[in-house]
Design a protein. Sequence first.
Length: 179
Amino acid sequence: MPTNLGTTGKLILAFVTLLLGAVLIGTVASEGLNKTDKLQEVDEYFDMSLATNATPGEVNTSYAFTVAYSPSGWKVADCPISSYTIANGTGGVTELTETTDYVLTTTTGDVSFLNTEEVNQTFASDNKTYITYTYCGDDYMNLGWGRTAINLVAGFFALAVLLISVGLFFSVAKDFGIF
């Protein structure tokens, strides 16, 4: 049975590689998901008192609100706002209807409310209208093949660490004559 430093070194390196891989795989996968998942803003609200018309309790249709995470730069064309809902200020219970109660320009994030009964009910409650929407972060990978490649990195990293560790353990077993 050989007990030289080479075999001991291989054994230590195999354990360190395996432990390091187990610790880093979560970080690698999380960073990949941060670049490939869209973000969601929930219950951002507009203060409808800013859009009051000359007639009390009616909305000024020429006043436009802008969402907090409006698209800019490359996101205007490649990643506009998506999956959005707008509800009036009565606790977000009554969902407003697009083109009937409001118009949302997804490429700019501008929302214009129309003078309808549903919208005007907001003034009778708390003057707030809530929007929930999905948007792209600044570091979002907008190319489909790029998202696929980033999501594969964690898997290949795990396979590489596993194969290195198995190879080193196999080499140690061979040094001891097990194989």
